[in-house]
Design a protein. Structure first.
Length: 218
């Protein structure tokens, strides 16, 4: 086949948009990466969960700069994060297969976790196109959803290993298990704090009881 007859297709894209609202304004920035092999919610939601956990640990306010630094730390890792600036509207870009929109605000009053809302749009364009949107609100729910997604991915890969074992699948499954373990720690911490709040524990008792309650989730 002559080179001139080849048709080059644009790669499918994963887009992550972070919005931050503070007392003065709302600012946004988007990043993208190829959808294959790691541009999917199961592989990228743990990055958001890690970021929320880091904000909780330092009690810092969310900013676009902090999130950009958070993504940069994952450059060159086994599971890359989206690092390329994306300047288009994903709703009108047929290359986008997944658009993950994260909106954060500083914690208010006695809250420890930054406020967070998540929307994930997955779509397939073409003759038999389809779309699906998932929404979660609050850091607890977002972290729990991240854990559920990476768990489902790890279990799917485990099933493939049983039916079609090969080194590549085993290697990706190991990455998924590592991410699941990391995401579980964030989920366990958030869940323990959520239970304390629902139980109406005074703030001075939360730190004292966090360790004992967290142990129940092993």
């Amino acid at each position: 086949m002559a080179t001139g007859t080849l048709t080059l297709r644009a790669p499918r894209l994963f887009v992550l948009r972070m919005s931050v609202t503070d007392a003065t304004a709302t600012t946004r920035r988007s990043w993208c990466m190829p959808a294959a092999p790691f541009g999917a919610p199961a592989w990228q939601l743990p990055t958001v969960a890690d970021y929320l956990t880091a904000l909780n640990r330092t009690q810092g306010a969310p900013t676009l700069e902090k999130f950009a630094d958070h993504l940069s730390l994952r450059a060159g890792g086994a599971v890359p994060a989206p690092l390329e600036y994306y300047a288009y509207d994903p709703m009108h870009d047929p290359r986008v297969s997944t658009w993950m929109d994260v909106h954060t605000e500083p914690a208010q009053g006695g809250e420890r976790w930054a406020r967070c809302a998540l929307s994930v749009l997955e779509q397939e364009t073409g003759r038999c196109g389809w779309s699906r949107i998932t929404r979660r609100r609050g850091a607890y729910e977002v972290i729990a959803h991240a854990y559920q997604e990476v768990t489902a991915e790890a279990e799917l890969l485990a099933g493939r290993m049983r039916t079609r074992p090969n080194y590549g699948t085993a290697e990706v499954h190991e990455l998924a298990e590592q991410m699941r373990a990391r995401c579980w720690r964030a989920h366990r911490q958030a869940r323990a704090e959520q239970l304390l709040i629902r139980a109406g524990k005074p703030p001075q008792e939360k730190q004292k009881n966090r360790r004992s309650i967290a142990l129940t989730f092993h």
